[in-house]
Design a protein around this ligand. Sequence first.
Ligand SMILES: NC(=O)c1ccc[n+]([C@@H]2O[C@H](COP(=O)([O-])OP(=O)(O)OC[C@H]3O[C@@H](n4cnc5c(N)ncnc54)[C@H](O)[C@@H]3O)[C@@H](O)[C@H]2O)c1
Length: 291
Amino acid sequence: MNVAVLGAGFMGHGIAHVSALGGHSVIVRDVEQELVDEGLEQIEANLEEGIEREKITPAEKEDAIERLTGTVSLEAAVEEADLVIEAVPERLDIKQDVFADVEEYAPDDAVVATNTSSLSVTEIASILDDPSRCIGLHFFNPAHIMPLVEIVVAEQTSGETKEFADHYVESIEKTPTTVTDVPGFASSRLGAIFSLEAIRMAQEGVASIEDIDETMRLGYNLPMGPIELVDHTGIDVNVEVMEYLREELGERFKPPQLLKRKLRAGTLGRKTGEGFYIWEDGEIAGVSDEE
Ligand SMILES: NC(=O)c1ccc[n+]([C@@H]2O[C@H](COP(=O)([O-])OP(=O)(O)OC[C@H]3O[C@@H](n4cnc5c(N)ncnc54)[C@H](O)[C@@H]3O)[C@@H](O)[C@H]2O)c1
C-alpha cells in the first residue's frame, strides 16, 4: 500500500522506516527540506544499524530505501495514499489543521491515522467530513525497535477502518493492542504517572535521578528508568502530555517544576543533547548538573 507519513521527526522517521521495511511505498513529509533530509538520513543510519545487529539483510535495507521518498509538499505526499499517518507535534490545533489539509488532497477512501500519545482521537477526527476513516496508531519510541502499536478506536471509527489498521500493523510485524479513546489510552496514562512521581521524588531529594532510575531498572526489571524515559521521549512531548492529562483527569498529572524548568531552558533530553542526563550519540554520557 502507499503510506504517507507526515512529520519526519523522531516518530515520523521511525514509522516510515518500519512501513518501508514492511513492503509499503512510503512518502515522508515535513515542513522544510532540511527536516525531510535529516529524517531520511536517520532512517538510513538506523537501517544500517539493523544490518550490524543482524536484524535485517543489506538487500532488505536497499529495498526499503528504494521504497522511501521525501517531500515538503503535502499534496504530493498524500494524493495517492491508502494510509496517512501523522506524527506532527502534540497539539490539537496543529493535528486538526493537518487533517483538514489531508482531506483536501488525499483520496476519499484513504485511512487517516494519528500517532498522538494522549490527545483525543475522537476530537482530532471531528475536523474530518468523514471521521469514520480516522483511527489512532500509537507507536512507541523508537518506533523501528519497539514492538507495540496501540490501536485507538475513536467514537466515529468504522469497523472497516479498524480492520484496515489491524492489517497494516500486522504487515509491519508489530503487535497491536486495542484501546478505546480515553485520555492517555492505556500506555501514556500509566507511563506519565510513573515518570511524574519519579521526578517529584528527585525534586524532593529522596534519591538522585540515577538511583531512582537504577532502582526501577534493576528492581522491576525495566529496560529504562522512568526519568531516563522522559529524556528519551522528549521533555517537551512529556510536558504536553501531562498538561493534557491534568486537564482531563486531574491534578495528579501536574508537571513538576523541575521538568518545566528544563522545558523553559530548552534542554529537552536526548534530542537536544541534554535533559536530566547529558546525551552523546544517543547514549547517556553523564548527569546534567542543573539538578
Ligand atoms: N517522542 C515520543 O516518544 C512519542 C511516542 C509516541 C507518540 N508520539 C507522538 O508523535 C508525535 C510526534 O512526536 P515526535 O517526538 O516525533 O516530535 P518531533 O518534534 O520529533 O517531530 C515532529 C515533526 O513534525 C514536523 N511538523 C510540524 N508541523 C508539520 C506539518 N504541518 N506537516 C508535517 N510535519 C510537520 C516538525 O517539523 C517535526 O519535524 C506527537 O503527537 C507525539 O505525541 C511521540
